[in-house]
Structures are given as structure tokens and as C-alpha cells.
Design a protein around this ligand. Structure first.
Ligand code: CA
Ligand code: CA
Length: 213
């Protein structure tokens, strides 16, 4: 059988994998997403941006956050080889925190994360946390305000690999504190936090998740 290829994915993926993506086209977030925020933060789909994006903008007070996830409808498990990929652009590179995650709860998650509070160039961290025990390591990649593709691949054999723009980061894979307990079903999760009294924002062009059936 011939295989048509659309973007990076082949349609035969459906035979043995689940594939879900949002390219953020249209006038509002798809139903799967739940948005939450403090301080009047917003999550807005912007068609006018090339390819459609969702823009997460915080309120203008330090500590304000804006977040989207699947509203705790969790269906992803590392035992099924989960991949999360997002193409994201930070619109500022100082005094903010950003998180791109596969998330069960605050004690069980896999993520790219940085927390910038001192006004200097810093790197993304890569992190696994299970039952509150954390492995957090330096990716070696400095944050900036360009689009990048962030990819997490979690294998049932006990490794989580991290890639930025197709290049595996420093300290990848992580092999400890992977959230792989029976109940650790995960969801996509994007979050931005202001770390000074000014609004911060990031744009996501797409989010893709895939896992084996
Ligand atoms: Ca898009
Ligand atoms: Ca766990």
C-alpha cells in the first residue's frame, strides 16, 4: 500500500499509533484544551500569525501565570512510548518562567523548564519527576526569543530523551525519576509565569502527541 506523507507524519501512523495534534487554526482553542490563568492572563488563538498560533500571555504582576493543558483528561503513558513535540517561541527572555511538559500533577511530570529571575541568559532544564523525587539537568541550550521545536520521547524501557530542533540536548536521556507508575497518565501542558511586574508571553505554533497503541 502506498503511504501519503503530510508534513512530518505518515497516515499509516493510525494503524499502530495514536496521533493527536493542534496547529492552532480557527478562532478558539479546541475542546480538548483547558485554559487557566491568574491576573487576567489569556490564551488566545491568533490566525493572523503564520500557520496559526496560541499566544499565552500573563498578567502584569510577578507570579501571574497562564497555562493550557487537557483539563486533567489524561491519556498518555510512558509504557506506550509517548512523544510530545511543540514548536514554541518565547516573546521575552528575561524575568519569566516557561514550562513545556507531559504532566500528571506537580509531583509526576516530564518537562522542559527554565525559571529566569535575575535578568541574564540561562539554559533550559530537562526534568523528570516521579512521586515528588526529581531529576533536573541542564540541557546546555540557552533560551532566546526564536521559534524552536521541543521534543520529548519517553520510552517504556526507562529512558526519556529530549531534543531541541532535532538535536538531543546535553544530559539526555534521563533514566531516573520517570513518572511510570500505573496511574501516571499524562497530558500536554504549557505554562508561562511572569517573574517581574510585567506581562510575559509565548506563542505555540503546534502541539503534537503520539503514542503506541
Ligand atoms: Ca500553527
Ligand atoms: Ca508516580
Amino acid at each position: 500500500m502506498s503511504v501519503k506523507v503530510h508534513e512530518a507524519f505518515s497516515i499509516d501512523s493510525f494503524q499502530d499509533r495514536l496521533l493527536w495534534y493542534d496547529d492552532f487554526l480557527g478562532d478558539q482553542l479546541k475542546d480538548e484544551w483547558g485554559a487557566s490563568a491568574t491576573g487576567g492572563g489569556t490564551s488566545v488563538v491568533v490566525d493572523a500569525q503564520t500557520g496559526g498560533i496560541v499566544r499565552l500571555t500573563t498578567g502584569a504582576t510577578s507570579g501571574n501565570f497562564t497555562r493550557v493543558d487537557w483539563a486533567d483528561i489524561r491519556s498518555l503513558h510512558v509504557s506506550k512510548k509517548v512523544t510530545l513535540e511543540d514548536r514554541v517561541k518565547l516573546n521575552q527572555a528575561t524575568n519569566l518562567e516557561a514550562i513545556l511538559a507531559l504532566y500528571f500533577d506537580a509531583s509526576n511530570r516530564i518537562r522542559f523548564q527554565f525559571n529566569e529571575t535575575v535578568g541574564g541568559a540561562i539554559n533550559w532544564n530537562i526534568e523528570c519527576r516521579n512521586g515528588g523525587a526529581t531529576t533536573s539537568l541542564d540541557s546546555g541550550v540557552t533560551i532566546d526569543t526564536d521559534y524552536h521545536i521541543y521534543r520529548i520521547e519517553a520510552f517504556p524501557t526507562g529512558q526519556v530523551h529530549f531534543y531541541i530542533d532535532g538535536v538531543e540536548t546535553a544530559n539526555s536521556p534521563i533514566i531516573t525519576n520517570i513518572p511510570d507508575d500505573a496511574g501516571d497518565y499524562l497530558q500536554p501542558f504549557l505554562r508561562i509565569v511572569a517573574r517581574e511586574d510585567a506581562a510575559k508571553s509565548m506563542d505555540a505554533d503546534y502541539v503534537v502527541v503520539r503514542q503506541e497503541i
